[in-house]
Design a protein around this ligand. Sequence first.
Ligand SMILES: [Ca+2]
Ligand SMILES: [Ca+2]
Ligand SMILES: [Ca+2]
Ligand SMILES: [Ca+2]
Length: 284
Amino acid sequence: LFISRFHLEPAQDADVGSNTLRTYALNKNEYFVLHVKNDKDGTKVPEIVLQKALDREKQSIHHLILTGIDGGDPMRSGTAQITVKVLDANDNAPVFEQDLYEIKVVENSAPGKIIQMVKAIDLDDGVNSEIEYSLGSLTQEAIKQLFSIDSDTGELTISKSLDYEMSSTYKFDIRARDKGAPVMEGHCRVQVNVLDMNDNAPEIIITSSPKPVPEDAPAGTMVALINVKDLDSGVNGNVTLCLCCDQPGLIKIRTSGYFSATPFLRTLLHVSPQFQREMSTEWR
Ligand SMILES: [Ca+2]
Ligand SMILES: [Ca+2]
Ligand SMILES: [Ca+2]
Ligand SMILES: [Ca+2]
């Protein structure tokens, strides 16, 4: 909001006739021009008129010099300094320093841990530049349970520890609103990448229970089929199997394959060529 026309007090000149005040002049500037109005009684009233919108963010104070010139010879003049202070309007929205914040968090990190500091800048002044941070209005309830933001500082924290095996990435928006009227707001995107920790032990499932094996069973006969899985990823999910047997070498493990989507190892237990019933009736 701005006043586009300023009436000024006419200059005083004690002389009369052609020696009295004849005209005004304003220093040359980008924003203001001078209009001189003639009152009914012949008084010349100077008016400063705005010819271009002011922008406080570009220039908050304008210094003008108004000169009154008389018609005498020699010509005499007087000057007045005019200071125009531009009041702020809320015409800038907060803008985040980054459009996207990519954050890495190790799973099982303690609740309350600060995982990122976000910051938005607002070019306006006073309350028009004071910022309040919040999670975006469309943020899913599940994400609101896990992440929270300090409305004043922009500190993003985890409210609960994250589980890589449950979800390895989260995406949401953060909003910055100023306290101007009307309120203006800006957004940024957040992507949280959860890093895996080795927090799952391998699980062995016997899918085909050992059955009695005939003593003349050929070498390589399958004794049992087992599955092994480890919910972790990468090396944390790699499993090595070893067999503890009271007759080493008689029963061997053969691995049949990996399934990488969920770390999963299918394993076959086979009898070796030395298998003979006379040695023992049971192997553990
Ligand atoms: Ca402004
Ligand atoms: Ca603003
Ligand atoms: Ca894990
Ligand atoms: Ca593991």
